[in-house]
Design a binder for this molecule. Structure first.
Ligand SMILES: *[C@@H]1O[C@H](CO)[C@@H](O)[C@H](O)[C@H]1NC(C)=O
Length: 204
């Protein structure tokens, strides 16, 4: 029995793979060419070339380069717009998320030393990734804010709307207050300016 289980386990496909197809489309959408097929493994974050035979493409028209996967996980249409060189000598860069290993961004980078299209994995430890992380944080806080509002709105949607309005009013109030403070300061200066000469006159 144990033997049977281990035997079966070895045959269960444990590959969390996405079959990726790189393609190019002309701007009028009439011409579409396949540029390669790859298998990306979410578990090991490795990419393997399945097919790098490219269809005939023109080297004098710009192509919208896109990537899609058979499982629907990735649909990055037109991540770059380039005139493809002949022969192809590009790096296909996959920027991946450090936690989920999901591909965040695809890019095609010209590299004259290469033949064909070479896929490489970019770990997010690189410096250019830091702005992307920053952006993520801001969206998180916004989502949190919305979640807070939502949790309050479950029962009293009208009150929640009022709360929202209050939030907007709060900002306006601050602005108004700031202006009033400035006006107040100007008036104060004017008054003290008037008073000072009269004081000195009195002293004389
Ligand atoms: C071009 O590819 C080679 C081989 O992979 C690599 O060593 C080199 O750093 C690449 N050049 C650029 C500019 O990315």
């Amino acid at each position: 029995m144990l033997k049977l289980v281990t035997f079966l386990l070895t045959f269960i496909p444990l590959c969390f793979c996405s079959r990726l197809s790189l393609y190019g489309k002309t701007l009028d959408g009439k011409d579409s060419v396949g540029l390669g097929e790859y298998e990306y493994n979410d578990e090991t974050n490795q990419i393997t070339i399945i097919n790098d035979k490219t269809d005939l493409y023109k080297d004098d028209v710009p192509y919208c380069i896109g990537m899609r996967s058979n499982d629907g996980k990735y649909e990055h249409s037109c991540f770059t717009l380039i005139e493809l060189q002949k022969p192809l000598s590009y790096e296909l860069v996959l920027d991946i998320d450090s936690v989920t290993n999901e591909v965040q961004k695809f890019s095609l980078v010209l590299n004259g030393t290469l033949e064909g299209i070479h896929p490489i994995i970019h770990e997010p430890t690189d410096a250019p990734m830091s702005p992307a992380i920053k952006l993520k944080k801001t969206t998180k806080t916004y989502a949190d804010k919305r979640r807070e509002v939502k949790s309050g709105s479950e029962q009293f949607s009208k009150i929640d709307k009022d709360e929202n309005d209050e939030e907007v009013d709060d900002r306006n109030y601050l602005q108004k207050n700031w202006k009033q403070l400035l006006i107040g300061l100007v008036i104060y200066n004017l008054v003290t300016g008037f008073l000072k000469p009269s004081d000195s006159k009195d002293k004389k």
